[in-house]
Design a protein around this ligand. Structure first.
Ligand SMILES: Nc1ncnc2c1ncn2[C@@H]1O[C@H](COP(=O)(O)OP(=O)(O)O)[C@@H](O)[C@H]1O
Ligand SMILES: O=C(O)[C@@H](CO)OP(=O)(O)O
Length: 386
């Protein structure tokens, strides 16, 4: 029996490594001799640097940077490939958990801090930047990041815009003449956690604005502001950023990185699967286990379980998803190669109780699923003998 275990973190409960270890414990109870490969995953959002540093040799760098509302904080990124490549997750400087609930306001939050992390990596002479995006507190299309790297975003009076997504409604001109020239020599690859477009009903503001504190009126303002921004930057860069899958990831940062830096976007889980050389492992597996904190309507936009399933489906390997909670119609994930989804939650209780029992519940759920799997395999074997 060969099993690949490739879950995302359960946000608020356990990081991806702990989830993977709990799944392994459950699997070993049923198949003590199984060959098990652990691939703690991430999707571009929080945990991306850790997932990459788990898979390849590298080191973590601590850096001072601005948080989404301009406070100086201690952030981090990773260096791999003999310090020639930086692995940065935007959530480290511009992530939602950096703000208290009452501080969340995507009209004014900025990606400036992520630009500062990039600058630090350039100062260290990297030749390639892998940038994970998602888990953001921002909706500024990467305007703050661009400004930190020398771009000037100007209103009709030629004045620089204040930070935040709402100000982009007044964007008139983009001056890239002072963009950090070192970027021309650096390849920038972006791992997006979702495939949403920049604007519209499936866009950054409408789908992910509410979790960042946007009210319906804010969503209207932010969506219109990103449309103005997207049109101006599309013209400047010669790329239609409004049609770009992933352009709406991390509050439109996906579109901004393509427009300002000529970056290449790809699904985040794919980047981690590549770095971890997962294809070789999944190809020979009998079963793949994945999971995430909450499997819901956002999962199909490109979250870890569907990224893992896209690879497994190539080799007809079954995928079972085990998540903290499952909402909506998880059966629809069948279209993405997920065979079935399970929630680890047991009966009513608070989220805090569920978090405190996370490891045990994951182990127990995997044990149950694999017990049924084994019974099925044994009964098939018996039938063969009749
Ligand atoms: N052990 C658990 N039991 C029940 N629900 C959980 C558990 N762990 C995480 N969750 C739910 O998952 C949510 C986080 O979802 P997750 O998929 O990890 O993040 P994201 O949607 O940002 O990618 C938490 O806010 C919580 O509602
Ligand atoms: O940052 C965001 O806007 C969203 C989508 O990229 O992230 P998450 O899926 O983690 O909520």
């Amino acid at each position: 029996m060969r099993i690949v275990i490739a879950p995302d973190s359960f946000k608020g409960c356990l990081n991806a490594t702990k989830v993977a270890l709990a799944m392994q414990k459950g699997a070993r109870r049923v198949f003590p001799e199984a060959q098990i490969d652990l691939i703690p995953m991430a999707d571009g959002g929080e945990g991306t640097v850790e997932a990459v540093l788990n898979a390849v040799k590298g080191r973590k760098i601590e850096v001072k940077a601005k948080d989404p509302i301009g406070r100086q904080i201690s952030a981090f990124y990773g260096l791999i490939e003999n310090d020639k490549t930086a692995i940065i997750e935007m959530a480290a400087a511009s992530g939602l958990p950096l703000l208290r609930a009452e501080e969340r306001n995507p009209r004014i939050t900025s990606t400036q801090g992520t630009g500062e992390l990039i600058r630090d990596a350039l100062d260290r002479g990297v030749k390639k930047i892998l940038l994970g995006i998602g888990g953001s507190a921002t909706n500024d299309g990467g305007a703050g990041l661009a400004a930190a790297l020398g771009v000037k975003l100007l209103n009709s009076q030629g004045e620089e815009l204040p930070p935040g997504g709402a100000a982009l409604a007044n964007l008139q001109d983009i001056d890239v003449s002072e963009l950090d020239s070192r970027l021309a020599e650096v390849q920038c690859e972006v791992a997006c956690d979702v495939q949403n477009p920049l604007c519209g009903p499936e866009g950054a503001s409408a789908v992910y604005g509410p979790q960042k504190g946007a009210k319906p009126e804010d969503i209207r303002i932010l969506d219109a502001a990103l449309l103005n921004f997207g049109e101006k930057l599309s013209k400047l860069s010669g790329t239609n950023l409004l049609e770009l899958p992933g352009g709406g990831a991390a509050g439109g940062l996906g579109a901004g990185l393509v427009g300002f830096l000529g970056a290449k976007l790809r699904p985040g889980s794919q980047m981690i699967l590549d770095v971890a050389k997962a294809e070789e492992k999944i190809k020979h597996a009998d079963l793949v286990l994945s999971g995430e904190g909450m499997t819901d309507f956002q999962t199909a936009y490109g979250k870890v379980p569907v990224g893992v399933a896209a690879l497994a489906v190539k080799y007809k390997v079954p995928v079972v998803v085990i998540s903290g909670a499952v909402e909506g119609q998880p059966d629809l994930l069948g279209d993405y190669g997920v065979n079935c989804c399970f929630s680890v939650s047991e009966g009513p209780g608070t989220l805090e109780e569920a978090f405190s029992k996370g490891e045990v519940q994951i182990e127990r759920t995997v044990w149950r699923i694999l017990t049924v799997w084994k019974l099925g395999a044994e009964s098939a074997f018996r039938k063969e003998n009749y």
